[in-house]
Every structure is written in C-alpha cells, then in structure tokens.
Write a protein that binds this ligand. Structure first.
Ligand code: PLP
Length: 279
C-alpha cells in the first residue's frame, strides 16, 4: 500500500488508532473499494451512493457530500501517485468508552482511506477456480460492513483447496461469492441472485446487468440452486478488483478451458464502459 493515509480531512503517514475505536473493537463501520485506472477513480458516484446506503442502514454519520468525497479521494490518489490500483475507504462510528450501544451523538466518526497500486488491472481474466460452501454470514449482507468473518473463513477454505473463490449457498440456493457476485448463463440468459438482504449489490454486478440487457440478453434476478450452477453453460464472478472472472473449475471439476461467449462479450463491454468513463 502507499504510505500516505487520508484521515478525517487530513493526510498523514502515521495514523493512530485508539484501542476503543469502534471499527476496531466492534466492526462498527462500513467500507468501500474503488478501482483506480490511469490515475482516475472509477464509478465514484456509484460507490458513494452505496457508502451512503451502508452508513444510513447503520445510522453512522459520514459527514461527506458527494463533492467533498470526490475531492478528498481524488486528492489522495494524486498525492499517492496511484496510477492503477484501488482506494480502500472505511467509515466507523468513532472512538468512545467501550459499550455495545451507540455512543453519544457528539462522538466524531472516523473516515480513513488509502491507496494500493497494482502493476496492471484485472482486465479480462481467463480462468478461475471456485468451491461451493455454506453461507454462514448474517442476514444484512446488503450492507458493506466491516464484519467479514464469514467471508474470511470462506476465502481461507477456498484458498486451502487451491481455489480463488468460495461460492456461497443457503440451503442449496446460491447467494454470492465471499467477495464477489455470481452469475450463470444458460441458453443466452443471464441469471443472478436478486439484490436483497442476502447479497451485496455489487457495482460491477449492476453494470454487468445493464450491459447484458443492452446487448439484448434476458437477465433473470431470481434465486437458483447449486445444481443449476453446476449444469450451467457459463459461470462467472464479478467485483471491482477482479471485474468479470470466468469460473472454469468448480469443486475441482474442470468446467471449460476458456471463458464462455457471453462472459467474453461482457468482459469486452465492461472494458469499453471503463475506457469511456476515462474519456
Ligand atoms: N459481494 C461481496 C460479499 C463483496 O465483498 C463484494 C466486493 O468486495 C462484491 C460482492 C462485489 O462488489 P463490487 O462489484 O461493488 O466490488
């Protein structure tokens, strides 16, 4: 990561965290990850809207307008000379004497952000391995909260199986990946879990749905089973950092050698949308 950190309106290389910071003690906060390409933030408005929704759901004051948010994050990207990579942004309820209930309304929240630079962006990944696992997370997965233990344990299990992602299910119904949304294609129709409290409504997910519809494909946002996933023509996952990643191996069984035709088409369409954003 780059060493300069944004903390509540200032930039520092040595931020401190109080032992009673509520994000640290309770996971009482939310986060966002925004991609940076050619020194520019991508889909900033979408990420800000989701940050606002997450904060509203938890009754956390973030103190930004869209304009002040955009300005602060652009300044961070510039000051850290981040060309390609991402910005991590965290907002918490701040520091107060330890008590589960909310602190006094005068307690100042904490927003910090930093950048991470990558040599190249994850454009059009060609393969991906996933395992299926029970979804043991809480019932407000629509909030991008700091409480990530369900995802941490799932990703670790995937990693120990030599896979890149864990595709989660509740009683046989596929919800999403540990840090991605899941799509399947059957007969040219795109299927994904509806954006309710059981999944995070990914920004990439929203663009993929829009692009598929624009290309004339039907998109069905309805729950589907693990069997449906296993027998699908194409499977892919989406996220800000991985964009559209085909799942070519599922539970150690090879599904295909190459991304499917709709997967490739959507990868190209997303890349075009991103290049268009930068113009
Ligand atoms: N689902 C979960 C649980 C996630 O943590 C993420 C991103 O980190 C996503 C989906 C994908 O969201 P986005 O496309 O906005 O990065």
């Amino acid at each position: 990561r780059n060493s300069l950190i944004y903390v509540n309106g200032t930039f520092t290389e040595q931020p401190t965290i109080d032992v009673e910071e509520r994000g640290f003690q309770f996971g009482d906060g939310i986060y966002e990850v925004v991609a940076v390409k050619a020194g520019r933030l991508l889909f900033t408005r979408d990420h800000f809207n989701r940050l606002e929704n997450s904060c509203a759901a938890l009754r956390i004051q973030h103190g930004f307008t869209y304009q002040t948010f955009e300005k602060a994050m652009n300044e961070l990207v510039e000051k850290t000379h981040c060309e390609n990579g991402m910005v991590y942004i965290q907002v918490t309820r701040g520091t107060a004497s330890r008590n589960h209930a909310f602190p006094s309304p005068t307690t100042v929240g904490c927003c910090y952000a930093y950048t991470m630079s990558n040599a190249s962006s994850a454009h059009a990944l060609q393969e991906g391995k996933a395992i299926t696992l029970a979804d043991i997370r809480w019932l407000r997965c629509d909030i991008k909260s700091l409480n990530l233990l369900g995802s941490v344990l799932a990703k670790q299990e995937a990693s120990e199986s030599g896979a890149d992602e864990a595709i989660l299910h509740r009683e046989g119904i596929v919800t999403e990946g540990s840090s991605t949304n899941v799509f399947v294609v059957n007969d040219g129709i795109l299927y994904t879990h509806p954006a309710n409290h059981l999944i995070l409504n990914g920004i990439t997910r929203q663009y993929v749905i829009k692009l598929a519809k624009e290309a004339g494909h039907q998109v069905v946002e309805e729950p589907f089973s693990i069997q449906f996933l296993e027998q699908a023509d194409e499977v892919f996952i989406t996220s800000t950092t991985q964009r559209i990643r085909p799942i070519t191996t599922l539970n150690a069984k090879k599904l295909t050698d190459a991304p499917g035709s709709l997967t490739s088409k959507l990868q190209q369409a997303l890349q075009a949308t991103i290049l268009n954003e930068l113009n």
